[in-house]
Design a binder for this molecule. Structure first.
Ligand code: G3H
Ligand code: 13P
Ligand code: ZN
Length: 312
């Protein structure tokens, strides 16, 4: 098996009423935890790399680690650029072996977003690479961009047909109330997603894959472990899993998860070091982080994404 684009994956996910997990990767243990879980569940996967991850681990290390994961698992895996900010980073990833890129023009005007997205699509499609665009603005923190809740805007359904037809994108990220990071709602605020917007978009774009960013659920179990082992994470709150499962049964074919991985990994490391204060072999605590990642991803595949057994 070689790296695959998202095209066939999304088609099957749409028809099958499930979603593909798009998990952010930054190092070997995170890649191993995710792919070992997917192997045991026989699930397709998207491994995604942000600009920050490329800066931290370097492009070639991440590509080679993902290639190694394919050798180990023989799963259909797409390697995706998360939140590409401009044409240059998308081009570098397309030229450098990625099979899918996101061009995030959501901070630009509608016309500028279309022009930028179309430029990336033209370059990517000539090389067999799929492209995700974005309409609407999620709240939260990604890289060094912090969008406040007041500046966040829901996707406007009346814009989606024109955006998709003029750009030629293969999938569309929308804003319906999810947000980046581990603090998605204010204390006392009831988590809610705008399913009415999703359904209207689905009606206007039949058979078209929709993407949800900011879809971590922020498990209280991992928050508690971090707190009990010296961390402080008060008021962390995420998207309820039943809402994500419902979205996966609709047009949502890709669900982005990063903060949950960070919490799981950090909980494993903190717990290990608290229990073994005199250990200083990194393999001990990194393996503990990796085990938590694996358990988390298995849980997501079975209970949230519904993609178990879908790898052919
Ligand atoms: O949406 C953003 C992802 O969580 C990636 O975060 O830019 O800190 O790697 P990062
Ligand atoms: P979370 O912060 O909710 O995990 O979202 C991750 C994401 O959208 C990556 O693009
Ligand atoms: Zn995102």
């Amino acid at each position: 098996m070689a790296l695959v684009s998202t095209k066939e994956m999304f088609q099957k996910a749409y028809e099958g009423g499930y979603a593909i997990g798009a998990f952010n990767v930054n190092n070997m243990e995170i890649i191993q935890g995710i792919t070992e879980a997917a192997k045991e569940e026989n699930s397709p996967l998207i491994l995604q790399v942000s600009a920050g991850a490329r800066k931290y681990a370097k492009h070639n290390y991440l590509v080679k680690l993902v290639e190694a994961a394919i050798l180990e698992t023989d799963l259909p895996i797409a390697l995706h650029l998360d939140h590409g900010d401009d044409f240059e980073i998308c081009k570098a990833c397309i030229d450098g072996g990625f099979t899918s890129v996101m061009i995030d023009g959501s901070k630009h005007s509608f016309e500028d977003n279309i022009a930028l997205t179309k430029k990336v699509v033209d370059y990517a499609h000539e090389r067999g690479v799929t492209v995700e665009g974005e309409l609407g603005k999620l709240a939260g923190i990604e890289d060094d961009v912090n969008v406040s809740a007041e500046d966040a805007t829901y996707t406007r359904p009346e814009e989606v047909e024109e955006f998709v037809s003029r750009t030629g994108v293969d999938s569309l990220a929308i804003a319906i109330g999810t947000s980046h990071g581990a603090f998605k709602f204010k204390p006392g605020q009831k988590p809610a997603l705008r399913f009415d917007i999703l359904e209207e978009i689905e009606r206007r774009l039949p058979n078209f894959p929709i993407v949800l960013h900011g879809a971590s659920s922020v498990s209280q179990e991992y928050v508690n472990i971090i707190q009990q082992n010296g961390g402080s994470l008060e008021d962390a709150i995420g998207i309820p899993e039943d809402m994500l499962r419902k979205a996966a049964g609709k047009a949502v074919c890709k669900i982005n998860i990063d903060s949950d991985l960070r919490l799981a990994f950090t909980a494993g490391v903190r717990e290990y070091l608290t229990k073994n204060p005199s250990h200083f072999d990194p393999r001990g605590y990194l393996a503990a982080g990796r085990e938590n990642i694996k358990a988390l991803v298995k849980h997501k595949i079975v209970n949230v994404l519904g993609s178990s057994g879908a790898a052919k």
